[in-house]
Design a protein around this ligand. Structure first.
Ligand SMILES: CC(C)(COP(=O)(O)OP(=O)(O)OC[C@H]1O[C@@H](n2cnc3c(N)ncnc32)[C@H](O)[C@@H]1OP(=O)(O)O)[C@@H](O)C(=O)NCCC(=O)NCCS
Length: 218
């Protein structure tokens, strides 16, 4: 039953994205729009390629995995962005090759902006001294075994060491876990669909923040 948390290698990206897809299923408009057809082999490979791109180009990104040491199975994945003094350039558009047409790309950009804009404001206001939990996902076959807790501990321990606050756009499933780590809900957000997507599934988030602790001496 022993679980351990460690950083992902490049070879882990396909399983990492598969876990994202399995964990979110079809319940999240944001996931469905940003990573089209993520449940298919091609969609999963595209998602893995994008994770690898983030790993290789964003030095603040920590891609973490939880492994069951009895079976060597990779069961949980989180992407923590710990800026540590960096003000990142906020992407202005989605890479077109991942979208079937302009409408799909435009909707992904809309929902991504609405989903992440509080985060970018918080990063800016902190002077780039903040931890942002970008993705948290555990394979549904392994829920409630403590993998999510280990992935949380990884990020909050670094934030606490640095004396930084942490933020997350939480799902209805995730907020219980974040609450256990002293994240508070600042806002309930229902992202209204634009006219072309009227009537489709909408995305809900709790915007949550964990206050900074006093930095430990270096
Ligand atoms: C949220 C998620 C990552 C939790 O992962 P997990 O490995 O099951 O979490 P843990 O086993 O460490 O749970 C720790 C505690 O969090 C709380 N918790 C976790 N899942 C919960 C749920 N579905 N309902 C209520 N509380 C929950 C409980 O207090 C739990 O402790 P307990 O099992 O002793 O009661 C997982 O359910 C998941 O991947 N969900 C789908 C994707 C998602 O919504 N991700 C969050 C995006 S913001």
């Amino acid at each position: 039953m022993a679980l351990k948390v460690e950083l992902c290698t490049d070879a882990d990206m396909l399983r990492a994205f598969e876990i994202i897809s399995l964990a979110f299923g079809q319940q999240h408009a944001y996931v469905n729009a940003v990573w089209p057809e993520h449940e298919t082999a091609a969609g999963c490979a595209a998602g893995a390629e994008r994770l690898l791109g983030a790993k290789q180009t964003q030095p603040w990104t920590h891609l973490c995995k939880v492994v069951d040491t009895n079976t060597d199975e990779f069961i949980g994945f989180a992407k923590w962005d710990i800026y540590d003094g960096v003000l990142p350039e906020v992407p202005t558009g989605m890479p077109p090759q991942y979208y079937k047409d302009d409408d799909a790309k435009e909707y992904a950009e809309y929902i991504w902006n609405e989903f992440t804009r509080r985060r970018w404001d918080a990063v800016k206001a902190s002077g780039g001294k903040i931890a942002s939990l970008d993705i948290m996902s555990v394979d549904p076959a392994h829920h409630r075994r403590g993998a999510g807790t280990l992935l949380m501990q990884y990020g909050v321990e670094i934030a606490d060491k640095l004396g930084y606050p942490a933020v997350v756009e939480a799902s209805r499933m995730g907020w219980h876990l974040y609450n256990k780590f002293d994240f508070n809900i600042l806002e309930d957000v229902l992202i209204a669909n634009p006219p072309k997507q009227q009537g489709q599934q909408e995305q809900f988030i709790y915007w949550m923040r964990r206050p900074e602790k006093a930095a430990l001496p270096q």
